[in-house]
Unconditional design. Structure first.
Length: 390
């Protein structure tokens, strides 16, 4: 099937260059043309034209920190982690559809039980379930005494090595570890526990590198963040309590990415869905966490991507937090498109509107280069050349 998508503007290539009166032509699963509308009509007169006046065509979005069977938009969602695999699968299918309808065509899943992420990745590939293409981690690895209930407990290098290899046996795309607590600290100088050792972290990194896959670490700060940089973790998640000294360390020594999930802490609308004790923790830590995370956005040297941490369909809000924190519009949009694809290791297939890449295309009203909130309402979603929303 060949489609000719035309719009007021197209955001092309790695730099999301604006093409006015632009067009994208797709054939089966691939993009075959990106350029001017008039030229496209001449070259592809037989294509089915979909004209989108007033809209912008841009790459499908990446949700870089997802949990399929968790939904931070509902009350009691933390307790839902105790449900069984059948309930989790039903929840996951709904959440995946919500994400897809919001323009997410690729999601990196960083912790679900019973390998449901692996199973659903294959179901999406086979066309049995509608959702984003999934990059999966299998079983998350935490310490026996630490944070990460969605993961499984480990103690010692060999236990981490064993699960890393079991995950890779299942064909995962990334290995996930939980290094620190989840809740941020309320003030500078407060202690941040580290639940796993440097050697345990390094073991997971070595196992991943041996098979050519990526690593991700839940880490809000403290000594654990220093360990992650030293060990070579590919993406450090959250950094709610990162210090100025650690920002400099990341700028100078971290060769990977920081994956930001600001809304989990900064969004007061989440409070009705949290236990009372958790609400107070978030309130106490909100302003200090904002200062910490804004250092990443204001650096302009640190490579960052963006995820929601299970706030399904609300990725657009995270872009607002990034901009409010000091990131440029282009940095913000690239964090969920071209840069996200690089972080996930799929930049040769996804992340930009370019000839030969997967036909993952969305349309939004207005111009996201001027106002990222237009991503709140996605009017067209195409993934691998198939239209899911129009």
């Amino acid at each position: 099937m060949r489609y000719l998508l035309t719009a007021d503007r197209v955001l092309e290539g790695q730099e999301l260059k604006e093409i006015k009166n632009g067009a994208v032509v797709t054939e089966d699963e691939k993009i075959v043309y990106v350029g001017q509308k008039d030229d496209a009509k001449k070259q592809y007169p037989d294509a089915e034209e979909i004209d989108l006046p007033g809209k912008t065509l841009m790459p499908g979005l990446f949700e870089c920190h997802n949990h399929l069977a968790m939904d931070a938009r509902v009350a009691g969602h933390l307790g839902m982690m105790e449900l069984g695999p059948c309930e989790h699968t039903v929840m996951a299918i709904k959440n995946m559809k919500d994400d897809l309808m919001a323009g997410v065509t690729t999601a990196r899943c960083l912790g679900d039980r019973n390998y449901i992420d692996v199973t659903l990745r294959e179901q999406v590939r086979q066309g049995n379930v509608e959702g984003p293409d999934l990059l999966v981690c299998g079983i998350g690895m935490r310490s026996r005494h630490g944070h990460g209930f969605v993961g499984m407990p480990h103690s010692g290098v060999e236990e981490f090595r064993r699960t890393a290899r079991e995950n890779m046996f299942h064909g995962v795309d990334v290995l996930k570890i939980f290094v620190t607590p989840g809740a941020p600290v309320p003030a500078a100088g407060d202690f941040v526990p580290c639940f796993i050792t440097y050697d345990e972290i390094k073991t997971v990194v070595e196992e991943a590198k041996g098979m050519g896959i990526r690593t991700a670490a839940h880490c809000i700060g403290g000594k654990g963040l220093d360990y992650c940089v030293k060990a070579g973790i590919d993406s450090i998640e959250h950094v709610y309590s990162i210090t100025p000294e650690q920002v400099k360390l990341v700028e100078e020594e971290h060769k990977g990415w920081i994956d930001m999930t600001s809304g989990i802490v900064l969004d007061p609308e989440r409070e009705p869905y949290l236990p009372d004790a958790q609400i107070q923790k978030m309130r106490n830590a909100r302003e200090y966490s904002r200062q910490c995370m804004n250092q990443i956005y204001q650096s302009h040297k640190i490579r960052f991507t963006i995820g929601t941490d299970a706030n399904h369909s609300l990725l657009w809000r995270e872009l607002v937090y990034a901009q409010e924190g000091g990131a440029t519009v282009l940095e913000t949009l690239k964090a969920v498109t071209v840069n996200a694809a690089q972080m996930c290791g799929v930049e040769k297939k996804k992340g930009q509107l370019a000839v030969g890449l997967n036909a993952d295309v969305i349309a939004v009203d207005g111009n996201p280069l001027e106002d990222v909130t237009v991503l709140k309402d996605v009017s067209l979603v195409m993934k691998a050349g198939k239209i899911y929303k129009r």
